[in-house]
Design a protein around this ligand. Structure first.
Ligand SMILES: Cc1ncc(COP(=O)(O)O)c(C=O)c1O
Length: 400
């Protein structure tokens, strides 16, 4: 069967087209074929020509495209991984007591969130969890999965893998009955790609809406430790959820906080009954975090000094890059927190801006990767060494 690629979903008006794509995908899957045909093209492949141009720059590429950490894994985390290297038995899907306690302590200590250690479930990197959540919750063609209009693409991918109907909107609470039955809505604050932070009031409204609608509200909080001009707040904070975690999930990654993208380390917590259901399915499916990684996660979550150091590195890079962009005529929007600058060059669309920067040896992501509403922007990651960030700033001042 020829694989037909599904187009990304655009706002509320695209819900019908999306539903048709879903139906088609469901039929194909029903025939037992081509799950990949439900998915859009892998976006990073499309960036290869710009990457080639940037790599050819005589001063070398400054790669600000992916958001992949470049700073070292903290020594205390490496030590914990090495100390647990002799792990011949299967690890616990629910995580060691040490890991679950460290996660609960961290949330209480740093974010004012009180959870039971029993409500912590480790995941093999949060991308895996995000892509799988609609399936693990049993979503299907009768269900809608919502995610922000400008968003990390894996929310959409997760909906499609489950055969559910993806709708991209910042206002799931305004969709109305025509949208269908919303099973799951994602929020992401601070946002990838925009760096926008949702206020406690907005989060509170979304919690109230989700509870009324019977939807699970899942909050991807992987950048919660990287606030600069705004203080991100968790959906599980009592000021937001009223002290009850019913219907809520919050997802945390150690990739950016602790430079552990290579370890694949994250966890989910929230509504104890939802977490218990997810644990049950994950146990059957063998979705276990390796034991040495669990030990490394426990060490990382028990230490705040390395995370504060890492945050300071990103703050320094941001403080050099943002004014360099603005001095060169770029407008930086949102970008209050997180790992990215969300920038536009007046009179240029996003792809033209990608080309302009690639000519200067700087590789960035086109805003369109995150939804059609991003077509005028580029996303610039702060994940490069200080030396490379300085090279980018110098090239912006003198792009020849
Ligand atoms: C918003 C968001 N969520 C989740 C992830 C996945 O992180 P990981 O799979 O490394 O935990 C990323 C990665 O960049 C992200 O930007």
């Amino acid at each position: 069967m020829a694989a037909t690629r599904a187009a990304p979903v655009v706002g509320k008006q695209a819900a019908g087209a999306s539903a048709r794509a879903s139906e088609q995908a469901t039929t194909q899957a029903g025939a037992g074929l081509a799950l990949a045909s439900r998915l859009p093209d892998f976006p990073w492949d499309v960036l290869e020509p710009a990457s080639r141009t940037a790599r050819a720059h005589p001063g070398g590429i400054v790669d600000l495209s992916m958001g992949s950490p470049v700073d070292p894994v903290p020594e205390l985390v490496r030590d914990a991984l090495a100390a647990a290297a002799n792990s011949p038995g299967y690890p616990l899907t629910k995580g060691t007591g040490q890991l679950r306690a460290a996660a609960a302590d961290w949330l209480g200590r740093r974010h004012g969130v009180v959870i039971s250690a029993d409500a912590v479930l480790p995941v093999i990197g949060t991308k895996e969890f995000i892509a799988g959540l609609p399936t693990l919750l049993g979503c299907g063609p009768a269900d809608v999965v919502c995610f922000p209009e400008l968003a990390y693409p894996t929310y959409d991918v997760g909906a499609r893998l489950a055969g559910a109907r993806p709708i991209s909107t910042d206002e799931p609470d305004l969709l109305g009955p025509d949208a269908g039955s919303i099973a799951l809505a994602w929020v992401n604050s601070p946002s990838n790609p925009t760096g926008r932070v949702l206020s406690p009031t907005r989060l509170r409204d979304l919690v109230a809406w989700a509870r009324g609608a019977g939807a699970v509200l899942a909050s991807d909080e992987c950048y919660i430790d990287l606030g600069y001009e705004a203080t991100p707040v968790s959906v599980l904070h009592p000021d937001v959820c009223g002290g009850s975690h019913s219907g809520l999930l919050a997802v945390y990654s150690l990739s950016k906080r602790s430079n552990l993208a290579g370890y694949r380390a994250g966890f989910v917590t929230g509504d104890p009954s939802l977490v218990a259901e997810l644990l049950e399915v994950r146990k059957h499916a063998g979705m276990m975090v390796p034991a040495p990684v669990q030990a490394a996660m426990a060490a990382a979550l028990s230490d705040d000094a390395h995370a504060q150091e890492q945050r300071a590195r990103y703050a320094g890079r941001r403080a050099r890059l943002r004014p360099a962009l603005e001095a060169a005529g770029w407008a930086v929007h949102d970008s209050e927190a997180g790992l990215y600058l969300w920038a536009a060059r007046p009179g240029m669309d996003g792809w033209t801006s990608v080309g302009w920067l690639a000519d200067a040896g700087i590789l960035v992501a086109p805003g369109e990767f995150y939804g059609p509403a991003g077509s005028e922007h580029v996303r610039i990651a702060l994940t490069a060494t200080d030396e490379r960030i300085d090279a980018a700033a110098a090239r912006l001042a003198d792009p020849r």
